[in-house]
Design a protein around this ligand. Structure first.
Ligand code: PBG
Length: 330
């Protein structure tokens, strides 16, 4: 009788040809897995490259609508919109976040009226709007929690009234999911989805994003009093449990690649739609390494995204979404 060891067992048998490798693949990447984050700016017919993110542009609203059209044609289910707010509109309290005519609201309205069938996700956090670059209200070097939650709730309602489908609080204040959920219910927005940036770490990999939204140069200090310590894992589980209890429909882990263990723990523990954000620094590392000929761009992109799926993510926010969807569709 053959024994369960070499040579009766040869692991390479299932790797020998493309067809068998495809047949035994445990995870797959599909266009349905992709959420595409884009940056919005003022003006018309404006496309302004983000220096820190080669290949990514800030788009005026008319071009954002065209971009959304492309996403719909490729089958991408959802886009995330981030505003590059004019410096004149940035204040200490970030109250431009609550202006119904702000960039992100106008972009949401324009995209939803042209393309009602694509999901629109909007961040809830004050950093695109504050003159100090923090996600919350700053007083004597402290980020005020409860006062920030109040303004975030107004921001969320404002975005929902503009047509946003998914509210994604990325601010990491305590208790905000519950307060926002109650406010949405009270206002009759019973179907609004909440994707909580539930386990969001204080990360160096957000650097290029802060350039894209124009908050990087302003940021005083760091975000370590509200974003998580990269050393911690159990704490992420507590954060996720709280956000689910407070009414989140979906949760997110962020950044992506250095935190795949967290994605796996979350998926195994909670069985809830779980997303990962391949953040700006991850995008720029892959892009720049490929640009310099150090790695193969397409293989590196697909390997990185498959890694998220293997870790248990149901979907990925990625700046590569269009490029990946084009390849998957071809
Ligand atoms: C805002 C926010 C950040 C990102 C998404 N929402 C930056 C930050 O928290 O400093 C980062 C996304 C990226 O790096 O691609 N709170």
């Amino acid at each position: 009788m053959s024994k369960a060891q070499f040579p009766s067992i040869r692991m390479r048998r299932i790797r020998q040809t493309d067809w068998v490798r495809r047949m035994v693949a445990e995870t797959r990447l599909s266009v349905d897995d992709l959420i595409w984050p884009i940056f919005i700016r003022d003006g018309e017919n404006e496309r302004e490259p983000v220096t820190a993110m080669p290949g990514v542009d800030r788009l005026s609203i008319d071009l954002a609508v065209e971009a959304a059209k492309k996403a719909v044609d490729l089958g991408i289910p959802c886009m995330a919109l981030f505003p590059n707010t004019h410096p004149d509109k940035k204040t200490a309290d970030g109250n431009e976040a609550c202006n119904p005519e702000n960039l992100v609201c106008r972009a949401t309205q324009a995209i939803k009226s042209a393309l009602p069938d694509i999901g629109i996700l909007c961040d809830v956090a004050l950093d695109p709007y504050t003159d100090h670059g923090h996600d919350g209200l700053l007083e004597d070097n402290t980020i005020l929690n409860d006062e920030t939650v109040e303004i975030l709730t107004q921001q969320a309602l404002n975005q929902v009234e503009a047509g946003c489908d998914i509210i994604a609080p990325s601010d990491m204040m305590d208790g905000r999911i519950g307060v926002i959920r109650d406010a949405l219910e009270f206002a009759g927005h019973t179907d609004t989805l909440i994707m909580a940036y539930a386990a969001k770490y204080a990360s160096a990999f957000y650097g290029p994003f802060r350039d894209a939204v124009g908050s990087g140069d302003r940021l005083k200090g760091d975000k370590k009093t509200y974003q998580m310590n990269p050393a911690n894992s159990d704490e992420a589980i507590r954060e996720i449990a709280l956000d689910i209890a407070e009414g989140a429909d979906m949760v997110m882990v962020k950044p992506g690649m250095p935190y795949l263990d967290i994605v796996r723990r979350v998926k195994d523990n909670f069985h809830i739609p779980t997303f990962a954000y391949q953040v700006s620094g991850e995008y720029s590392m892959i892009s720049n390494a490929a640009e310099q000929g150090l790695i193969d761009r397409q293989s590196a992109i697909f390997e990185s995204l498959l890694g998220f799926k293997r870790a248990g993510a149901d979907g990925i926010l990625t700046y590569f979404a269009i490029e990946v969807a084009e390849i998957l569709n071809s």
